[in-house]
Design a binder for this molecule. Structure first.
Ligand code: NAG
Ligand code: NAG
Ligand code: NAG
Length: 392
């Protein structure tokens, strides 16, 4: 009774000016047949929405929209809340040189209460991947969708196909919820990370499927309070914290939960990696819980001597301090004999690593584990048996 009364009161006392507006990109000249470049129309619709005094949204009705140039949707907005409802396809230019080395193809900056719902983003990456493969000079490529300095951000049911580089990037954002995202690119495509998070706090990534050529989810410096749950990853390089120690001054990574994840044909499962050089960064308070591995090459790995193929790598010993890392309920099949590898820094060993209920097989037998400079303890049934140094 009381609730209904409250509801009625709210209803009758809404300010008379309350309204919810929307801006259809077609009213700004967008071409749903994918022939003419719609980037200016999208920017005009954004400007109208962002300057609207009311909660508002942009509508992209079904169709294919060519976004030929990088588009930057900037705030701060007058609107207290901006929705971007996309029912159509956004396709990138057929010539990758049109995007060049832009930081992102579609980017949002300094927008609070932003809701991005739906949309298929096809950046047409394969031509650039082929260029990179051929060893000739090519642009670095661009991230498909990026969010920078956004507070209260919701991303729902977004689809990204064939990014040039990263698919989705979340940078300096707070209070972010990503749900129902689907990402796909070829398993050999270069640097096509699925979702990259850095310098961001209170981020949740749920119920998403990612198959790509680099990390499914990569967690960069300055990420705090990140929860990743119900993810299917593969092909791809797994869920990675790092690479860290890219710079000598770097904020740490703290309080990360990765739970209920299935890795299928991935290079890694759950990974922490840093370059072997001094850095102020750290990694602590990490929990990897309930993970299935179906042919992951390195199901559980910490690599503080990170050196991807034939790069010239530092070899000084990483000073990134890794501590309080839990691995619990992790099972499945490794694609290599060594399923657990803790290759920690000789400068600052990994500490308080805890393993509980692990079963990883290699060709019908229990796999192996390898440790260097790793201190911690194993509880319950842990197979392969732990190689951690005792004494927490
Ligand atoms: C595409 O652009 C051409 C040239 O400006 C114009 O004549 C045509 O009407 C446009 N098509 C659509 C569907 O907007
Ligand atoms: C988007 O593109 C995909 C494949 O490119 C196609 O299957 C789908 O029907 C398109 N959707 C819309 C809304 O145009
Ligand atoms: C750690 O990495 C170094 C450099 O790649 C390598 O030589 C060493 O064998 C690795 N140790 C373990 C335990 O994986």
């Amino acid at each position: 009774m009381h609730d209904i009364f409250g509801l009625l009161i709210t209803f009758f006392f809404l300010p008379p000016s309350f309204s919810y507006t929307f801006h259809n990109v077609r009213d700004f000249g967008a071409d749903p047949t994918g022939t003419n470049d719609s980037s200016q129309s999208f920017l005009a619709a954004w400007s109208a929405a962002c300057n609207d005094g009311d909660p508002t949204s942009i509508w992209v009705l079904p169709g294919t929209y060519l976004i030929q140039q990088p588009v930057k949707f900037s705030g701060p907005c007058r609107s207290p809340q901006v929705g971007v409802k996309i029912m159509g396809n956004l396709t990138g230019p057929s010539d990758y040189r049109a995007l060049g080395d832009a930081p992102a193809w579609v980017s949002f900056h300094e927008v609070d209460n932003l809701y991005v719902n739906g949309g298929t983003f096809d950046a047409r990456g394969p031509a650039l991947w082929a260029c990179k493969d051929s060893g000739t000079a090519c642009p670095d490529g661009t991230t498909t969708v990026s969010f920078t300095n956004c507070n209260h951000l919701r991303i729902k049911d977004l689809v990204s196909i064939d990014s040039q580089k990263f698919h989705v990037s979340i940078n300096r954002c707070q209070n972010v919820r990503v749900i129902g995202v689907r990402i796909s690119a070829d398993g050999n495509s270069p640097n096509t990370d699925g979702i990259h998070v850095q310098l961001s706090t209170n981020v949740v990534i749920l119920h998403s499927a990612i198959s790509t050529g680099d990390d499914c989810i990569s967690i960069g410096p300055g990420t705090r309070n990140l929860k990743i749950e119900h993810i299917r990853c593969g092909p791809g390089h797994g869920i990675s914290i790092g690479s860290l120690a890219k710079d000598s001054q770097e904020p740490g990574v703290e309080n990360i939960l990765v739970k209920n994840v299935l890795f299928v044909n991935t290079q890694n499962g759950v990974r922490i990696k840093s370059w072997a050089r001094p850095s102020s960064g750290f990694v602590r308070g990490i929990r990897f819980v309930n993970a299935g591995m179906l042919y992951a090459h390195n199901p559980i790995i910490i690599d503080q001597n990170y050196c991807p193929q034939d790069a010239t790598c530092p070899d000084q010993g990483s000073s990134v301090r890794i501590s309080d890392v839990v691995y619990k309920n992790i099972w499945g099949v490794s694609a290599t004999p060594t399923a657990v590898r803790f290759n920690c820094s000789s400068e600052v060993p990994c500490s308080r690593i805890r393993m509980k209920n692990i079963l990883l097989l290699y060709m019908d037998e229990v796999a192996m584990s390898a440790c260097a400079n790793a201190i911690g303890e194993a509880y319950g049934a842990v197979q392969p048996s732990s190689c951690l140094d005792g004494a927490l």
